[in-house]
Design a protein around this ligand. Structure first.
Ligand SMILES: [Cu+2]
Length: 475
């Protein structure tokens, strides 16, 4: 079955917010794991003794509840929209779900209206660190607090003493502790995106008061998720070695990293052996040039070490089975990115119509193009950037002609990063989001094996709102 925009708008599979059980789920043996998610308004205190801050979020807290499943679970998440006067929809970032379950308004489903429930049902095909967030007005709904971690455990997890999940984000607060409601400003859209003025770690102000208490000798698997709408984190843990074991949920050969780079939407799993002396304190820092600051404090409890010598190198995480792209037989495609405040966008078409370039930025609030076209968020009348046949092997060269970094995210698939600036890469990591540096080109290779129309967009959500979003159709 081909699910394209026109069929969808004629009202087919996911009509009226009630999804049919995708074929295959009914006959599966594993039990259905049910989980309710309530999108609503809430208030949360971010600092000890501080004022309450207003949020939109899931199940009354920010981040929303951690959803934890086993690999191969049949998952049923009932999302009820209890927001007042605001439509939404939920996307499962990194999960290879059937297209109708992907949570993209006007592409895979109609928005969930206030008072409605949408039933998301899918199998957890891959283990790994994922997250969920709306794809409706995401440049506003995500920074307002609508996000949470989604963890799929390996059948046989690597051996650690403890697992810790850090959801990193930020929020822009006024003097009264309330959120500043200046979402979607052209100034932010055309620059680095809307950065908050307070960094959050698991829904509390990041910094010296955000404490990770450890025992000397402890080995921890730290799952890092960047849920910020625009902020790039470059995380360091002086005095400690972080061994990366997974990028975007997919296993990598364990390797020590001095700095963990996390563009919006990206995840890295690291294993850390905490070998300092009991009673000592250490910093976790963000060293990105725009946001340099302390994220957390590691506080060693005053107990005897649980082991004197560190364990050996961390084990390799059980890899998922992904379709292996064959670069030799792949079809080459190109996507050129232009625009931003420091480089005029060359826009020919908006939503399929020729447009006066002078009007674009102020009137249309578009500042970016992909292959010389721009579109508004989930516009109804656009054409996909690419049409692929199911089973096609593809090398997609992304050519960043802007002075800005862009974390580019593909839905429904994982890709290998096979080249940077035309140089073949030795470690061809699997990713679902790749951080393109300014003026860089990045080659992605993947097999288009998941039917449907899939978003391909920048995960700086202001850039996505400002034109840097399109779709890739697999037919
Ligand atoms: Cu971008």
């Amino acid at each position: 079955m081909t699910l394209n925009r026109r069929d969808f708008l004629k009202g087919s599979a996911a009509a009226a917010g009630i999804a049919a059980l995708p074929a295959g789920l009914a006959r599966a043996a594993s039990p259905v794991r049910e989980f309710p998610l309530h999108a609503g308004h809430l208030e949360q205190v971010l600092t000890e003794g501080g004022p309450k801050t207003d949020f939109w979020g899931f199940n009354g807290r920010v981040p929303g509840p951690e959803l934890r499943f086993a690999k191969g679970d049949q998952v049923h998440i009932a999302v009820s929209n209890e927001l007042v006067g605001i439509d939404t929809a939920v996307h499962w970032h990194g999960l290879r779900v059937p297209n109708a379950m992907d949570g993209v308004p006007f592409v895979t489903q109609y928005p969930i209206k206030p008072g409605e429930v949408f039933h998301y049902q899918f199998e957890t095909r891959d283990s790994g660190t994922f997250w969920y967030h709306p794809h409706q007005m995401s440049f506003e709904q995500v920074p307002r607090g609508m996000y949470g971690a989604l963890i799929v455990e390996e059948e046989k997890p690597i051996e650690v003493d403890r697992e810790v999940v850090w959801v990193l984000s930020d929020v822009r607060l006024g003097d009264n502790g309330r959120q500043v409601e200046d979402f979607g400003r052209v100034l932010d859209i055309a620059n680095d995106g809307r950065l908050g003025n307070m960094v959050l770690l698991n829904g509390k102000q990041a910094g010296n008061d955000n404490v990770l208490a450890v025992r000397s000798g402890e080995r921890i698997r730290l799952r890092l998720i960047n849920a910020a709408s625009a902020r790039i984190f470059r995380l360091q843990m002086p005095g400690h070695t972080m061994h990366a074991v997974a990028f975007d949920g997919q296993a990598v050969t364990p390797r020590p990293l001095e700095t963990v780079d996390l563009g919006p939407g990206m995840r890295v799993d690291v294993v850390v052996d905490f070998m300092a002396k009991p009673g000592t304190e250490h910093k976790v820092e963000d060293v990105d040039r725009r946001s340099r600051g302390q994220l957390a404090r590691v506080s060693y409890l005053d107990f005897d070490p649980i082991r004197e010598k560190p364990l050996g190198a961390p084990m390799q995480v059980q890899p998922n089975v992904l379709p292996e792209p064959d670069v030799a037989k792949a079809i080459d495609h190109y996507i050129v990115f232009q625009g931003g405040m420091r480089g005029a966008p060359v826009i020919g078409m908006i939503d399929g119509k020729p447009t006066n370039i002078q009007e674009i930025m102020e009137k249309e609030k578009l500042a970016w193009t992909m292959n010389f076209t721009a579109q508004h968020e989930h516009a109804l009348m656009h054409e996909p950037l690419l049409y692929l046949r199911k089973g096609d092997h593809v090398v997609l060269r992304l050519i960043n002609e802007t002075d800005f970094a862009h974390p580019m995210h593909l839905h429904g698939h994982f890709f290998r990063v096979v080249g940077i600036d035309g140089r073949p890469q030795t470690d061809q990591y699997w990713r679902d989001t790749v951080l393109m540096a300014p003026r860089q080109s990045v080659d992605l290779a993947f097999v288009a094996d998941n039917l449907g129309e899939w978003m391909f967009h920048c995960h700086i959500l202001d850039h996505a709102a400002g034109g840097m979003m399109g779709t890739i159709a697999v037919e």
